[in-house]
Write a protein that binds this ligand. Sequence first.
Ligand code: NAD
Length: 294
Amino acid sequence: MTARIIDGKAFAQTVREGVARDVAALAATHSVKPGLAVIIVGYDPASQVYVRNKVKQTAEVGMNGFHFELPEDTAEADLISKVKELNGDPAVNGILVQLPLPKHINEAAVVGAIAPAKDVDGLHVVNTGLLASSGGGMVPCTPLGCILMLKDTLGDLTGKKALVIGRSILVGKPVAQLLLSENCTVTIAHSRTKNLAGEVAAADIVVAAVGIPEMVKGDWVKPGATVIDVGINRVPAPERGEGKTRLVGDVEFAAASKRAGAITPVPGGVGPMTIACLLKNTVTATCKQHNIDL
Ligand code: NAD
């Protein structure tokens, strides 16, 4: 079997086109323009690239973008004041504070200061609590992207055996909760799991979110399974020249694609979905704040 490669770049483009249509409809019918504020503290190069892409894509879908670059030595209290100012700004419907923050700042305190209704990253405890209980809050972007891709690939997920590898607040736990609400039978594996190979072999759906290059071996994958690889790992690539690197996922892609029914590549799989889902969440937040049913 050769797996269908799930094209995250193309799918993210489709999601963004849907967002752009919603933004146009909000302007035409309600004279409302969604606004997304992104705050970055310090000079982490990877975060800078990511934030630049967010700003560009926000403009492309027709939203207002507000971009704040604060110095590395920003005090926690000053960052929280900025967040509170944006909470009270009616032109801002979504607030994202780029993580990680410099070590002297308590991330939980900053995320906790964001108004839950504007928390488009879905990390405020009100939103994580809603996800774990009744639903209806803001859903974290990368997990939302995983679920949209799975539903697009498989349709109804009811009854599927799903394995999530990783239990982080950012990815693993919310993915598992979303799969549960799609009526999957969910197993969560983590660093203390025994017999990971056996867990993978039993799963119809595998979502790998670990951060260890190619740790899920291709021959563990159940024939026909759907594999979503969230991992982004930079590894040396001497074949490309001295000092060169390349990105790989948490799954051994070449071997797994010989057994899986469908699989996401790295790069070009889950990665592009994250910003698309951030924009989608900003429209959702805007509609809720204005009591609009699009
Ligand atoms: P994390 O470090 O917070 O969590 C990793 C998880 O992996 C932990 O829960 C840990 O228990 C588990 N783990 C560690 N070793 C393991 C092992 N040997 N077997 C099974 N489980 C093991 O990482 P994270 O923030 O959840 O991110 C995971 C990966 O996803 C990283 O590579 C990250 O770069 C990537 N990521 C990608 C996107 C995106 O595509 N947009 C977004 C977020 C994270």
